[in-house]
Write a protein of this length. Structure first.
Length: 134
């Protein structure tokens, strides 16, 4: 199995695509479509946390706990915000657009990358033959 060698690039790609999703269609109703920063959507919150996550990626790429935890937290906020908007406009019979789905998927990918970095850090710090309880 090939070893994951570039978490920085993968995180940057996920963040960039999540930002692209914010400016894509989040909701539609007939001829009207709104992106993540129009209307009552909270895409601007996703943008803020995406930019904050960008600042933590270098630490994550080095295997630092601060970067790993920060990226995980910021991606969780991004994911929560997008899902909350998705559920809110489903209540008023708006259709969901491609942008909100891209934002949700990429926020989840970013969270998964942070979890993977944490597991790699834990596995790398555990001496051969040792268990977590020893």
């Amino acid at each position: 199995m090939a070893r994951f060698r570039s978490p920085r690039t993968a995180c940057h790609a996920a963040i960039l695509l999540a930002i692209v999703g914010v400016f894509g269609t989040w909701s539609t109703s007939g001829p009207v479509s709104l992106n993540g920063v129009e209307g009552s959507h909270n895409g601007w919150i996703v943008l803020i946390f995406a930019l904050l996550a960008l600042t933590a990626v270098p630490s994550l790429a080095r295997g630092g706990w601060l970067g790993i935890v920060a990226v995980l937290e910021f991606s969780a906020f991004m994911l929560y915000t997008a899902i909350a908007d998705l559920l809110a406009h489903d209540d008023i019979h708006w259709g969901s657009g491609w942008g909100i789905w891209l934002t949700i998927i990429m926020s989840g990918v970013l969270a998964a990358l942070a979890v993977f970095a944490a597991l790699t850090r834990i596995r790398g710090n555990t001496p051969t033959g040792a268990t977590a309880s020893s």
